[in-house]
Design a protein around this ligand. Structure first.
Ligand code: TXA
Ligand code: MG
Length: 372
């Protein structure tokens, strides 16, 4: 898509969405764009999505072009009520009912066997389809008004951090899509959990807003996709030594995702050791005139020296990983705005939503992890 198009930006006040004609009219206008096969970015409770009519293969193709997304990466279909689920899927596994009752609307994407009306453009040729019902008034109202399911990946350029503010979408997709609905900051901040319920027990393919612990409580038995565990260990070992002294070159694109422009290095271990190591590394980079960003937490921020060419940002409260989830991607983009070249990030515990936070951080770092 070389020719820039006119991207309309509309602001919606989510508090008056159901009782104010002006806001309803804006949504109707956005829904018209979807119905005509256009692309509309909209807020969900996790991150902003880039929506198109899921039943229109031509519209879906435009999503891949606008994002520069590889065509072998399938999209999530968003629905606003349970009655629209049946015609999209071929089979309803027993535990789906429990999961839907408990977690929809919300940040849980379920993988089903697809029905015939789902175009293969959405599923990247697979016979399964990812479906979720978002818990955001704008997303739900848009889907209802459009009267079609909406296919939507995160509304970032492929490879960049997912957008948690309309400004992030503007940064990445202005001139490439028809419309951006600005509904303010998203809440959860990392994407939905992707759960494959075509196998028994179900398998978490991507950790996200609904935690492993929450799923285990409802299902009894749930597994983590082996790639989520193996990659951590393997890549950590491989990068341990060389990353101490040199700026890592951008690792295999296959692994790097959700990434800021700066190289990201994660330091993991006992907190006092982590602080010590990050301070040493920061000094080393400064002496080489390399601008450093330190991604700290509320508890540790004051232990780093905020100096010329060292930018310290807290991603949130270690004891409340949800605060970290909601700010992580914005922190990455903040460092980019300040032209930081290397980001040194503290790891956090992988419990609760911390598992999703560390998954995104590891991918953004290309698994460049230092254990101290
Ligand atoms: O929170 C979210 O899920 C956001 C908001 C906008 O809803 N969407 C989002 O979409 O994160 P995206 O496209 O960035 O990520 C979709 C993920 C990808 O990892 C994709 O590979 C996986 O879901 N996925 C989609 N369909 C699948 C399928 N049939 N089988 C396995 N994985 C699938
Ligand atoms: Mg994405």
């Amino acid at each position: 898509m070389d020719v820039e198009m006119n991207t309309e930006i509309i602001r919606i006040n989510i508090n008056s969405i159901n009782n104010c004609k002006e806001e309803t009219d804006k949504l109707k206008h956005a829904a018209e764009v979807i119905k005509k096969g256009g692309l509309v970015a909209f807020p969900t409770e996790t991150v902003y999505g880039l929506g198109a009519n899921a039943l229109d293969a031509g519209a879906v193709k435009k999503i891949f072009e606008a994002k520069g997304r590889p065509s072998d990466n399938p999209l999530i279909v968003h629905i606003a009520d349970i009655s629209s689920l049946g015609k999209l899927i071929a089979e309803m596994p027993g535990f789906a009912h429990k999961l839907i009752d408990e977690f929809w609307p919300g940040p849980l994407t379920l993988i089903f066997k697809k029905s015939g009306i789902i175009p293969y453009e959405i599923t990247a040729g697979l016979d399964t389809v990812a479906i979720r019902m978002p818990a955001h008034p704008v997303a739900l109202a848009l889907i209802k008004e459009a009267e079609v399911p909406i296919a939507a990946p995160s509304a970032n350029s492929s490879g960049k951090p997912s957008p948690t503010l309309a400004e992030h979408v503007i940064e990445d997709l202005m001139g490439k899509i028809d419309m951006i609905i600005d509904g303010g900051a998203t809440n959860v901040g990392v994407e939905s959990t992707v759960l494959d319920i075509t196998s028994n027990p179900p398998i978490i393919l991507r950790p996200g807003g609904i935690t492993f612990e929450q799923l285990r409580e409802v299902l009894g038995n749930v597994e983590l996709d082996p790639s989520l565990k193996i990659n951590d260990k393997l890549q950590a070992n491989q990068t341990q030594d060389k990353s101490k002294k040199i700026i890592p070159r951008s690792p295999g694109m296959k692994y790097r995702h959700y990434s800021p422009k700066a190289s990201l290095i994660i330091v993991e271990g006992d907190t006092s050791q982590v602080i010590k190591h990050i301070n040493e590394m920061a000094n080393d980079y400064r002496s080489k005139s390399i601008k450093v960003g330190i991604l700290a937490t509320d508890q540790t921020k004051s232990y780093y020296t905020d100096a010329k060419d060292v930018v310290v940002i807290s991603m949130g409260d270690r004891n409340h990983p949800d605060t970290i989830a909601s700010s992580l991607f914005n922190c990455f983009r903040e460092f980019d705005h300040m032209n930081v070249q290397v980001i040194l990030a503290e790891a956090i515990d992988k419990t609760g939503i911390g598992l999703a936070v560390m998954n995104r951080m590891n991918k953004a770092a290309g698994y460049n992890i230092i254990k101290v």
